[in-house]
Design a binder for this molecule. Sequence first.
Ligand code: GUN
Ligand code: FE
Length: 448
Amino acid sequence: MTSTSHVYYGTLVHSLSLKELQVIDQGVLIVKDGLITHVEQNVKDVDALLKSIQLDAYELHRLEKHQFLLPGLVDTHAHAPQYVFSGSGMDLQLLEWLNKHVFPAESAFKDVAHADAAYTKVVSRFLRNGTTTCSWFATIHLESCQRLVDVINKLGQRAYVGKVNMDQNSPDYYIETTEDSLQNTKRFIEYTQQHSNGGLVTPVVTPRFAIACSSTLMKGLAGLAHDYKVPIQTHLCENPDEITFTKSLFPDSASYTAIYDDHNLLGPSSYMAHCVHMTDSEIDLLAERQTGIAHCANSNFSLHSGLCDVRRFMAKGVKVGLGTDVAGGFAPSIIDAIRSSFFASKTIKALERDQHGNKDYDYLQPAELIYLATLGGAHVLGLQDTIGSFVPGKAFDALWIDPTAAHGTVDLMGQESQEQVIEKFLFTGSDRNILHVFVNGRRVSGSA
Ligand code: GUN
Ligand code: FE
């Protein structure tokens, strides 16, 4: 049986590179079996084009004036169980916050029914906000981690899912032995590889951070990642007290970043969240290992961690994506991550001007923010050949944006340029302006 192609006709917006945002007018994008098969610009007569292509069967979807397609948003760092307290408990810095708010909330995920209910809420909310791909941290509990995979499969998100590992410096009620941690990670990887929803869901090895992981555990996890060919995610250089404590635990390593390197945890398939306080040589080490970072600006403000200057990383060729870090960050939305990253960047610009007399600091422009939220995140996750832009052969993970949606939050006067409309959506839009959310060609959410 031949499958129906879906033809989208209207404005297409996507990144070609960090600096280059391409706005395609009168674009035609054709999707078959979840994959983009054809992209064309300046098509005056779509019917004539379709006749010349001779598709077996197709449905034509016309975008209206001001509407546009955008690649699906990529969240490179979020904690699914922490969604239950997001928007609350921002009274403390990292280490105290973990003890007071995070560990009690995560330990409740031993209860599988609780996990099912919470995971359904958080994955639904992320999809509604346009996050078509997410890299998740779960908890230490094997069974509820498996439920998270099931929920993601049911709701249709593309995802990396990590069973969290913690065998030291953790509370008695939320800790595992080294052997259990390794054994259950192995079982989780195998389960997820068997329930990958056609390759949409991938397991990711997830040591929480060096404080909570023994040397034996980190080495064992690096071995599992190697054996099963799966990526690695963790936290790095988020907060000053965290860094001091971490270095005291691993005095033989030259830096916090070197601790992970000494345990074989850095490489092209690894990515590190936060990286707020990094020396130049630590950034060089990430560049050398081709390890990416997840920039989590909302969290870095909310937990008072500091300002991460992503320009320092990009200047050295380190891959950068955006992360919500729910619930260190309070917003389950990469549109919010774009805004928080913009503010972080503008704040650095002000500090450069006022403290260093440097008037030339180049804050993040809208085109760059869109790149970081889509193709940049795809690069961090090693998915740059699969998602992140509208290129034939890639999967159709996309958002159908309507800045003029009746119950939307963008107001237009009608004379705006397409560039202005896009910028207005980024800064004043909401989930109500996202009519449809597609993952692998399938509609999985949206306000329409
Ligand atoms: N470092 C170790 N665990 C966590 C966590 O859950 N959230 C954040 N933001 N940082 C961490
Ligand atoms: Fe985090």
